[in-house]
Design a binder for this molecule. Structure first.
Ligand code: HEM
Ligand SMILES: CC(C)=CCC/C(C)=C/CC/C(C)=C/COP(=O)(O)OP(=O)(O)O
Length: 323
């Protein structure tokens, strides 16, 4: 039996042991994954998602992402021990052993697979496992320490949760599901590079070739701006040609995209300004939360009003008093 489990006999010890395992899963990050999964499920079900399926899929998604994050912590424990931001994590500080972390991750992955396969379908279960494989194999093992494009390609892993949600509802992946994937894929560089600009010294110390370390702040800021520029029209593809959400979502997407673009442009003006980078990083998270909220709300409202996304604008215009 692993040593830390044997020694955790007092309530206090159990509490801190649980806190360590909780920390291994990177829970704050999981919340946004679940928001993207839930939004995909609402849109895929045309605003009428089954609460039971939603609950099971979110629980499975949390377990799968927790497993992926735990394996990442296990693999990266050497560099995590040196970086300021990560050196207090349970593995580098020795509070959880590598074997314990591995068993924990395998258990979480098995729970995720079984729950999805039994209560949703095999496609969603396999997609969740693909998410773990891409994050661990492509990002963590292959690219993180070898290429400044690590998060661009590896970022595909973070874009898989909405595919899981879509597949759980419909049993297949339509074009709209792939547009959701593309939105998160294109959003990932403007989400992560501002943070990488803030902590580039840490990455340089452990030889992780993040873009700001390799090509500097000015190039990174320019790249961030270009990805944000591509993100705004991509977010509108859900309205046309996909036709799965309406113009309520469209207005939110344009307003949020405008805010994101402004902050990205502001950073290009003074790329070394840490405050601008910090503000952009925080906004990237707010952007994704609100965009997902807007698409789910829009689709649920349309369902309540018995409108289709394609005719929403026409119908609402007819309802105006002066029309
Ligand atoms: C390869 C892609 C990505 C990379 C390299 C990345 C990296 C990071 C890093 C290093 C942090 C700071 C975490 C910390 O301080 O411990 C962070 C924060 C965060 N990331 Fe990402 N991220 C990626 C994709 C995503 C995706 C796809 C989502 C969700 C859809 C996401 C959601 C978040 C959230 C919500 C936070 C804030 C967590 C907090 O409050 O500390 N990230 N990201
Ligand atoms: C469907 C499914 C299970 C998908 C899961 C995909 C997943 C967990 C993606 C995570 C992306 C991410 C936050 C990378 C940060 O890693 P990092 O190593 O750069 O961060 P760190 O320095 O904080 O460890």
């Amino acid at each position: 039996m692993p040593e830390t489990i044997l020694t955790a006999t007092t309530p206090r010890a159990w509490q801190s042991l649980l806190a360590d395992y909780w920390q291994l899963t990177k829970p704050r990050l999981i919340l946004l994954f679940l928001i993207t999964t839930a939004a995909a499920m609402v849109v895929a079900s045309e605003g009428t998602v089954s609460p039971w399926l939603l609950l099971v899929t979110l629980l499975s998604g949390a377990c799968a992402a927790g497993a992926a994050n735990t394996i990442n912590c296990l693999y990266d424990r050497d560099i995590d021990a040196i970086m300021e931001r990560t050196r207090h994590r349970p593995l580098p500080s020795g509070r959880v052993s590598p074997l314990e972390a591995l068993l924990f991750a395998l258990t979480l992955a098995a729970i995720a697979f079984i729950l999805l396969a039994v209560f949703a379908n095999l496609l969603s279960a396999c997609l969740a496992m693909a998410g773990i494989a891409v994050y661990v194999g492509v990002y963590t093992h292959w690219l993180k320490r070898s290429s400044p494009q690590n998060i661009v390609i590896g970022g595909a892993a973070g874009a898989i949760p909405p595919l899981v949600g879509w597949a759980a509802v419909t049993g297949e992946l339509s074009w709209a599901a792939w547009v959701l994937f593309a939105i998160i894929f294109i959003w990932t560089p403007p989400h992560f590079w501002p943070l990488a600009m803030l902590i580039q010294d840490d990455y340089a110390r452990v030889n992780v070739p993040m873009l700001p370390v390799v090509d500097g702040d000015a190039t990174t800021a320019r790249q961030i701006f270009l990805y944000t520029l591509a993100l705004v029209p991509t977010s509108l593809l859900l309205i046309y040609p996909c036709g799965v959400v309406g113009w309520g979502y469209g207005l939110a997407a344009i307003a949020l995209g405008g805010g994101f673009l402004y902050r990205a442009w502001h950073l290009t003006q003074v790329p070394s300004d840490k405050e601008r980078a910090r503000s952009l990083f925080k906004f990237s998270i707010l952007y994704m939360m609100l965009l997902c909220g807007a698409m789910a709300l829009d689709r649920m409202l349309l369902a309540q009003l018995d409108l289709s996304p394609a005719t929403e604008l026409q119908t609402l215009t007819c309802l105006l008093p002066w029309s």
